[in-house]
Design a binder for this molecule. Structure first.
Ligand code: SF4
Ligand code: SF4
Length: 728
């Protein structure tokens, strides 16, 4: 990847007493180094990508400390990394995006949790939930409960988050349980400060390696009959040890309040949203002091039953503020109270939304109900009036927007125009979907098994291609339940990231083994682009970048790892086509979907991720300009006199820089197409116009910076002729 984390790496070097300023996820990374971690691994994904991205670039720092860093091929390989070190006193940390990554890691996690650990183990989990999330909405909490993992959910404040990392390792060692720390999107990206400690050289490291292997111990194998004993250990020893640690070190925060007959229990991760809402009722201040007693759970699994019972004693009612569904914590609290013979009413999902993020509005609505019922001394009327005003304003704005879009529309519907995400300008994946749309005009509609990655943007307009999206790299495997029973061939789509993550094994191997008549389209753009353009095994190396004759050319052609792997495993029908060649791609797609060859057919669409390419060539172009050298930028445009306003080009492209403007002809009403300044000259406009025989309104222009003398002379002559032809 072309992004540099130089500044972030400097922050990781800060020593004792120095103040760190920065993002939450970087603070966590620093805390890992302060905790004496021996190895760090993981698989990238929002919102925790930066942890691994920074560590991969911090080569000098990790070498000085003797920390091993591994960019794993998927979350299963990251979780597996924790499994062999269970015999040794070394601390390990891995990271990934949850829930999807935890699902991939589940097998390794279960086999890790069963024997338990010796050195502390921490999984930093990006809980991709709520507004801005990009994956299925489920809770990581379920895994902690089923496998027996400590689950930290720290209050989103940097000093607390950092302290919880240190405690997570220590608690993991005290209980032999692996620990997870779930960090929501906002916690990862919030900015703040904390006072640092020195980074710790690990006890066991690449600089201080182990003398030799541990003694053979069948009891540490996740294998029967050891597993029966492990199950007992989990319940009888590890959970009590974890609870003792949590209690002894006061990991959960107890805040007294003057309204002692009620109380609120809250996950640490959403506690600030709760405190902000309490402030609106005049029941808390800006420093986190609350009139309502609070129990802030920085560790949400296991719950310390005695602590819950003590908090609930002498209270009439409790509110459990828990994000997502099912309400695991609320259920457990209800059962704790019953067992302890306590009669406090337990509220939670009856007052707060069962699904979705607990944003300030949801909190206010839930608290208003709770206070009305159990703490009438708090006047909820001002908040209710504000909520009503907000709802009315929202409806009013929706109506205005609707009327603006459809003049005289009555009654207005409350829908706002959707603004789906899309491919970057010049993305190499867009032309392939243009070609697929055109190929379907030739062979008829086909079932499209889509996948995770940038290419999933094709499920939005103008392409609307994709009947299902399974897990990352699983499109080819998923089509096995459809393609044998369908007359037209099914096409499966996968990125190179998904191919290496999972697709090669779950899809390609299975299709070949079963002799399936299947079509796979792989986007070889050179990176796992959707997670932040991280490198993969088939990313062209630094040598290719340095020696490429034409630096503006796609680099992916310099690496054949995917093609060689496919050929090596037995794929007989394999075509590599340049992504931007729409006509050629259309032909190959048509061939794959109609050929007599029965077996796996793979098309590799070759074209470097435009985002990464622009990052790569921008400094090179700037250097050329600074030296006064000639630089040519290609741009496409639309001749507004020729454009007939049918917008067929847009329905095949969706490029954000190919847009509309008012028709300059007063006799025509339809707006004309126009290309705005962001065009990177990828050429798709020209390709589409040719492949789909569109109207001839597109032109290609070259913008020359630092032109040569003869180019200036030609330009001067042209200018003169044009001035002469212009009417006086
Ligand atoms: S990041 Fe790269 S692959 Fe993804 S949409 Fe942008 S240009 Fe396309
Ligand atoms: S050539 Fe067309 S598709 Fe490519 S960047 Fe320019 S406007 Fe967009």
């Amino acid at each position: 990847m072309e992004i540099s984390f130089e500044k972030e790496i400097e922050q990781l070097r800060l020593g004792d007493g120095k103040t760190f300023h920065g993002e939450g996820i970087l603070a966590i990374t620093k805390a890992l180094l302060e905790s004496g971690v021996s190895y760090i691994g993981g698989y990238q994904g929002a919102p925790v990508s930066h942890l691994l991205d920074v560590m991969v670039q911090a080569k000098e720092l990790v070498a000085e400390l003797g920390v091993h860093v591994e960019a794993c091929s998927n979350e299963a390989s990251a979780a597996a990394m924790l499994g062999a070190s269970i015999h040794y006193p070394l601390r390990g940390a891995v990271t990934w995006k949850s829930i999807v990554g935890t699902n991939v890691a589940a097998d390794a996690l279960a086999n890790l949790a069963s024997p338990g650990v010796t050195g502390g183990v921490l999984m930093v989990i990006g809980e991709d939930y709520g507004e801005g999330a990009s994956v299925v909405q489920e809770r990581t909490h379920a895994y902690a409960m089923k496998s027996g993992l400590l689950l930290f959910d720290p209050r989103p404040e940097l000093q607390t988050m950092v302290a919880m990392v240190r405690h997570a390792f220590a608690a993991s060692e005290a209980s032999n349980m692996p620990a997870m720390m779930e960090l929501r999107i906002r916690a990862c990206h919030l900015r703040g400060s904390f006072v640092c400690s020195d980074n710790q050289r690990p006890v066991v490291s690449t600089l201080a390696p182990l003398d030799g292997p541990a003694a053979f111990d069948y009891g540490r194998l996740a294998h029967p009959p050891s597993t029966f004993r492990h199950e007992k250990l989990k319940v009888e020893q590890r959970l009590p040890a974890a609870r003792n640690y949590i209690l002894e070190h006061q990991l959960n925060e107890l805040r007294d309040g003057r309204h002692a007959r009620v109380g609120i229990i809250v996950q640490g991760g959403v506690s600030h949203a709760l405190l902000r809402a309490l402030q609106d009722f005049g029941a808390a201040d800006a420093f986190g002091n609350s009139d309502v007693p609070l129990l802030i759970l920085n560790v949400t699994y296991p719950l310390v039953h005695e602590q819950i019972a003590e908090f609930a004693a002498n209270k009439d009612a409790l509110l459990m503020v828990e994000e997502g569904s099912p309400e695991y914590i609320e259920h457990e609290i209800a059962s704790v109270l019953r067992r302890h013979g306590l009669n406090a009413a337990v509220h939670g999902k009856d007052m707060l939304p069962a699904v979705g993020e607990l944003n300030p509005e949801a909190m206010l609505q839930g608290l208003a109900q709770f206070f009305t019922r159990h703490l009438p001394i708090i006047d909820v009327q001002p908040v209710r009036m504000r909520l009503d005003a907000t709802a009315a304003r929202r409806q009013q704005l929706a109506a205005q927007l609707q009327r603006a879009a459809v003049p005289n529309a009555m009654p207005p519907s409350a829908t706002l125009p959707a603004r789906p995400p899309g491919f970057c300008t010049g993305c190499p994946e867009r032309p392939v979907f243009s070609a697929l749309k055109l190929a379907q005009q030739d062979v008829g509609r086909v079932h499209v098994a889509a996948d995770i990655g940038c290419h999933s943007f094709a499920t939005f307009e103008p392409f609307s291609l994709g009947h299902s999206i399974l897990g990352y790299g699983m499109s080819l495997a998923s089509r096995a339940g459809v393609s044998p029973m369908m007359q037209p061939r099914v096409i499966s789509i996968m990125g190179d990231g998904g191919f290496w993550h999972n697709g090669l094994l779950t899809g390609v191997q299975s299709a070949l083994f079963n002799g399936d008549d299947a079509v796979l389209l792989i986007f070889k753009n050179g990176y796992t682009s959707a997670t932040g353009t991280q490198d993969i095994i088939s990313t062209p190396g630094a040598a290719s970048k340095a020696t490429a004759v034409d630096k503006t050319a796609s680099l992916t052609a310099t690496d054949r790892t995917i093609e060689d792997t496919l050929a090596g495993i037995g794929v007989k029908w394999l075509r590599t086509v340049h992504s931007y060649r729409v006509s050629a791609m259309r032909r190959v797609l048509r061939e794959a979907l109609t050929t007599d060859f029965r077996g796996l057919k793979v098309i590799v669409a070759e074209g470097e991720c435009q985002l990464e390419r622009q990052r790569r060539i921008r400094p090179w172009l700037e250097a050329l300009l600074a030296r006064g050298e000639r630089v040519v930028r290609v741009k496409y445009g639309v001749d507004e006199d020729v454009c007939n306003g049918d917008h067929a080009c847009m329905r095949l492209s969706g490029c954000p820089t190919l847009t509309l403007k008012d028709n300059p002809d007063p006799l025509k009403v339809d707006p004309v197409a126009t290309v705005i300044d962001g065009c990177v000259g990828c050429g798709l406009c020209g390709e589409n116009a040719h492949a789909a025989t569109l109207c001839p309104s597109f032109y290609r222009a070259e913008v020359i910076r630092n032109p040569r003398w003869h180019e200036r002379a030609v330009d001067a002559v042209r200018g003169m002729v044009l001035r002469m032809l212009r009417p006086a």
